[in-house]
Design a protein around this ligand. Structure first.
Ligand SMILES: Nc1nc2c(c(=O)[nH]1)N[C@H]1C(S)=C(S)[C@@H](COP(=O)(O)OP(=O)(O)OC[C@H]3O[C@@H](n4cnc5c(=O)[nH]c(N)nc54)[C@H](O)[C@@H]3O)O[C@H]1N2
Ligand SMILES: Nc1nc2c(c(=O)[nH]1)N[C@H]1C(S)=C(S)[C@@H](COP(=O)(O)OP(=O)(O)OC[C@H]3O[C@@H](n4cnc5c(=O)[nH]c(N)nc54)[C@H](O)[C@@H]3O)O[C@H]1N2
Ligand SMILES: [Mo]
Length: 763
């Protein structure tokens, strides 16, 4: 047979401009514009009635868990429903009336769709039935569910080793789906389970496990209300976790203060008008940030070291700054940390972090006097070469203050996807866990693989090198989310088969393997017969979620059903595990989870209502599993960025109108950007020095280990951002992130510190 024609797929889509309008950034978040924006999305996408019904059930005890973010719900949700503008947009995207059906794929080839922007692709709508793309073909065609499952099984059987398959997971899958998937993949024989966490909070997981013995945060929601100081570092909650603003507001009402560390003064952290309170809608709102430390990109370690040094000076003068009893009883390595701090000159640290010295003093003064401190963080800390050290330096500060394991204090890594934490807890990971393997062997009677699997970066490299040949994704949009888009696209296209279990069309369906399948699944909002699933929020609480809307097509299957059918097709009738029964009966899956894992006793029952917390040793200040039974201080190095005169450090962030690679709209209201996403924020003095005018068109070039990468066509926006720093949106800028630039130990792509040059475009 002759080689099928390769498809001509654009990995970036159109790079033309739309219609840019710029205004002053907003100085507050939410309020009336937030409600208006939410309702507009809801009306446009899904009809007002259908969605209001949906919104009112979001994050209520009998409703469904918002697919937006993983922020926890308060014990008594507000009468208006615990939803936010961006939660409403997430729902509207799922409840949309637009359809990707047979007629759609007859009309458009994958080659044509690939020239659209991600915004246009996402707006095509929900996928209505299974589709297949045959080798050499450029049109997806319908395929029956049973033929699709047989096709997956056939490909898996032809592999020389189970390690030639990759099983990706995004973070929207329920605990039940994720557990069943992990069970199948291990029974199949590999630990190749990369997940979106690898690109997200992996650095937090590694740092927290090594220092505190658990890869999750230690606080619960009520701790935020009680904290004396909350530090929000490298996070933009106004856009990405809007319901967190209500918690910060409560903290302030109780007398707490907020220190924000960020290269940008994000409006959500400035002033907040709570849409669920009348005075929030009509009044001036609450000033959230008390002290704003405008750090240069990736200089958080320098700033935290400076803060620690000044705290040490104050202690030397006789102030009771550190919790010496806690340090003595509960920790290891404080003296080494103090010795190390002496190596750094204050002025050098000040210059590196770029923060005004008097502002640093304000923070030091506050931190010296208070002991109930919480540090919240997200991608601004994790997505750097030294992502793990960034978090360890935060832990150092908390341990020195005795701010772990007591009320109103602790670590708060704010998770991304609504169930990314749950997926990990029930077994989605590429590492080998001996206790998990042992339990699986005891209960399911097979030998789980004991070889480390591939994470996201390594999986991409394996596919690129033809070492892995089948790629299966439970959700997500791998090609647009991962680094080095062109490289990753090639990696997927090298595969013999790519399979996407998806709700909506995305670019990964286009950068397909030789054969590709799209298996359409129910969204979180949709009725799944009479069944419910469970999820775990950012603070380790497990609770139910039950969809209420009529599914958009009667040909959709639930994720557990799809996983079970693939397993059944692969293992056949003689399998020791009754896959089909598990796929139908989520209660049974929960029983199995509670047999395999600690902390899930009486699972189905306890997940009702408010749900239950999983065990958390850091919350109890129990470090018995760590060396010497103690929490560990760490010595962290300063990051190295030797920027040449024409080089800048670029961070790639989310706009207000997107959920990761799903683009809700073209605006970034809080930052004053309307109608365009191909923009790059730049310091006005840097612009002047380089002769760049506002809205000038430029290309961004990254040179890393001899490869030049280019992202074309960006309009430069003068913005309040530190000198030598730039900011632009992902996924458009993922073409610039080198595949081999990732965090030490966690392998998280360093998508917040990419060295780039700016090339002015002359027409
Ligand atoms: N509406 C909406 N909600 C979401 C998402 C979404 O896309 N849309 N995504 C979800 C997911 S998966 C995740 S992981 C979270 C992401 O939530 P965030 O981490 O808040 O998302 P980013 O836009 O990546 O924002 C990073 C923030 O870090 C700052 N930053 C960048 N580099 C540095 C640095 O070196 N130091 C410091 N101190 N700050 C820095 C940026 O200025 C920005 O404010 O949100 C989740 N929730
Ligand atoms: N440059 C840069 N790159 C980044 C980041 C960054 O800050 N900068 N952030 C990284 C982070 S934090 C993350 S978490 C990753 C995100 O990586 P992913 O999780 O892979 O990407 P998403 O965009 O969230 O995936 C969206 C797709 O998921 C599918 N989907 C939605 N809901 C469901 C569902 O309920 N079930 C199923 N099966 N499918 C569903 C839809 O088809 C949709 O197109 O991106 C990473 N990439
Ligand atoms: Mo994430």
């Amino acid at each position: 047979m002759s080689n099928p024609k390769t498809r001509n797929i654009s990995v970036t889509g159109s790079i033309g401009f739309s219609d840019l309008k710029v205004s002053e950034p907003s100085d507050y978040a939410a309020g009336i514009p937030g409600i208006k924006a939410a309702l507009e999305h809801v009306r446009k996408e899904s009809g007002l009635f259908r969605s209001l019904k949906t919104l009112s059930q979001m994050n209520q005890k009998e409703g469904f868990d918002c697919p937006g973010c993983a922020w926890p719900d308060p014990e008594t949700p507000s009468k208006l429903g615990e939803y936010c503008e961006n939660g409403a947009k997430a729902i509207a995207e799922e409840a949309t009336f637009d359809r990707v059906d047979r007629a759609f794929f007859e009309k458009y080839s994958v080659e044509e769709i690939s020239t659209w922007t991600d915004y246009q692709i996402g707006k095509s709508g929900r996928i209505t039935e299974p589709f297949v793309l045959y080798p050499g073909s450029v049109h997806y065609e319908p395929i029956s569910w049973s033929d699709a499952f047989s096709m997956v099984a056939k490909h898996l059987h032809t592999l020389d080793s189970p390690d030639e398959a990759i099983f990706y997971t995004s973070g929207r899958s329920s605990n039940e789906a994720a557990f069943l998937y992990g069970l199948f993949v291990r029974a199949f024989g590999t630990n190749n389970m990369p997940d979106c966490s690898n690109m997200c909070h992996e650095s937090s997981g590694v740092a927290l496990t090594e220092t505190l013995g658990i890869g999750k945060g230690s606080v619960v929601l009520e701790d935020l209300y009680e904290a004396e100081v909350v530090m929000v570092i490298g996070q933009n909650p106004g856009t990405n976790h809007p319901r967190m603003l209500s918690a910060l507001q409560k903290c302030k009402e109780n007398g707490g203060q907020i220190i924000t560390i960020n290269p940008l003064l994000e409006s959500g952290l400035n002033r907040f008008k709570n849409p669920q309170q009348i005075d929030g809608i009509l009044g001036k709102g609450t000033q959230l940030t008390d002290i704003f430390l405008q750090v240069k990109i990736n200089q958080d370690v320098s700033l935290l070291k400076l803060i620690m040094k000044r705290l040490v000076e104050r202690e030397k003068k006789g102030e009771p700054v550190f919790d010496r009893d806690f340090i003595k009883d509960k920790t290891n390595g404080f003296q080494e940390l103090l010795n190390d701090l002496e190596k750094y000159g204050e002025n050098h640290l000040l210059e590196l972090c770029g923060v005004d010295s008097s502002q640093v003093d304000l923070a030091v003064d506050l931190l010296a006097k208070k002991s109930k401190i919480i540090i919240c963080w997200a991608m601004g800390l994790t997505q750097h070469k030294n992502g793990v050290d960034n978090i360890k330096e935060c832990v150092n500060l908390l341990l020195a203050k005795g701010s772990i394991g007591k009320k109103g204090a602790g670590t708060c890594p704010v998770r991304g996807h609504s169930n990314v934490q749950g997926d990990r807890s029930v077994g989605i990971m590429h590492h080998v866990s001996e206790p998990l393997n042992k339990a699986l062997k005891d209960i399911f009677d097979f030998d789980p693989p004991d070889k480390e699997g591939l994470d996201t970066v390594n999986a991409i490299q394996a596919m690129h090198q033809h070492k892995a040949k089948v790629f299966i994704a439970l959700g997500g949009n791998f090609v647009s989310a991962a680094s080095d888009t062109r490289y990753t696209a090639k990696a997927l296209q090298n595969c013999d088969l790519t399979v996407s279990v998806s709700t909506k069309l995305n670019r990964t369906h286009l950068t397909a393997g030789k054969t590709a399948l799209i298996l359409p699944t129910l969204g979180r909002t949709e009725q799944d017969k009479e069944r419910f699933v469970t999820v775990e929020n950012s603070m380790g609480k497990v609770h139910q979620s039950r969809g209420r809307l009529k599914p958009i097509s009667n040909k959709l299957r639930s994720e557990p059903e799809i996983v079970a059918e693939i397993a059944q097709a692969y293992f056949g009738e003689d399998s020791k595990i009754n896959w089909m029964v598990l796929g139908m009966d989520y209660g049974l899956i929960r029983e199995k989870i509670s047999e395999v894992l600690n902390g899930y006793e009486d699972y189905s029952k306890r997940s009702k209502g408010a749900g239950f917390y999983l065990p958390n040793n850091a919350r109890e200040a129990d470090f018995s599993k760590l060396p010497d039974g103690k929490a560990q201080f760490s010595i962290c190095r300063l990051p190295e960025h030797d920027l040449k005169d024409d080089e800048f450090l670029l961070m790639t962030v989310r706009s207000h109108d997107q959920f990761n690679t799903t683009i809700y709209g073209m605006n970034d209201r809080y930052r004053g950007i309307y109608g365009e996403r191909r923009v790059v924020f730049m310091n006005p003095y840097d612009m002047e020095e380089k002769g760049i005018k506002p809205r000038q068109t430029v290309d961004l070039i990254s040179n890393y280990s001899t490869t030049e990468r280019k992202a074309e066509n960006f309009k430069v926006i003068p913005y309040n951002i530190p000198s030598k720093n730039l900011c632009a949106y992902f996924p458009e800028t993922n073409v610039l992130v080198p595949i081999d630039l990732y965090a030490d130990k966690s392998n998280t792509p360093a998508s917040k510190s990419i060295v780039v040059k700016i090339e002015i475009k002359h027409k």
